[in-house]
Design a protein around this ligand. Sequence first.
Ligand SMILES: Cc1ncc(COP(=O)(O)O)c(C=O)c1O
Length: 210
Amino acid sequence: MRAIADMVRERDLIVLADEIYSRIYYGDAPVSIAGYPGMLEKTVILDGFSKTYAMTGWRMGYGVMPAWLVDAVNKLMVNSCSCVASFTQRAGIAALRGPQGPVDAMVAEFRRRRDAFCEGLNRIPGFRCPVPGGAFYAFANVEGTGIPSKELADFLLEEAGVAALNGGAFGEFGEGYIRFSYANSLENLMEAVARIEKAAVRWEEVGARS
Ligand SMILES: Cc1ncc(COP(=O)(O)O)c(C=O)c1O
């Protein structure tokens, strides 16, 4: 981020920083690029209610930006999505003004799921999964299975009933990885691990097919 800030500071550019997971972390708090010298004026921070307040699908978010941008962004939003429904906005106010303990409890629960799920994934032949420091995704390296990640994700969905995203969907450096969400019950997550473990006996056959 320091390198990006150094580059942007000298140029006619602004950074769009998607910080939607900023409250879901398990160790050191994440830092914002807006905090680097001179970057407050050159950053649009994007945030929302989907993650911190589990309001996914309520279509409500916000931007924090330099004052000179506000009129143009207002014009864009009013004419492209005609504002967020008023009752949803009231729910957002309640979320922001209400007690924040439930957010901490949710993050603690995510941590429990993260630990158990990553440990389970790391037992599967060909999988190596670092323990994530934030959000609720396990990004497992699956090169050891010998199966291209798209084929592996399709196989897991079709044969094991486990949904995962092909890492290649995030760009070429994601090839060799698949992404799981652990925003699900511990019971379902353990069931997913058990199903993948069961499917793993067929890695060689799937590899040969692809
Ligand atoms: C990185 C990131 N940014 C933003 C969002 C926005 O979510 P929503 O459009 O539901 O508010 C998501 C949701 O998956 C996300 O993963």
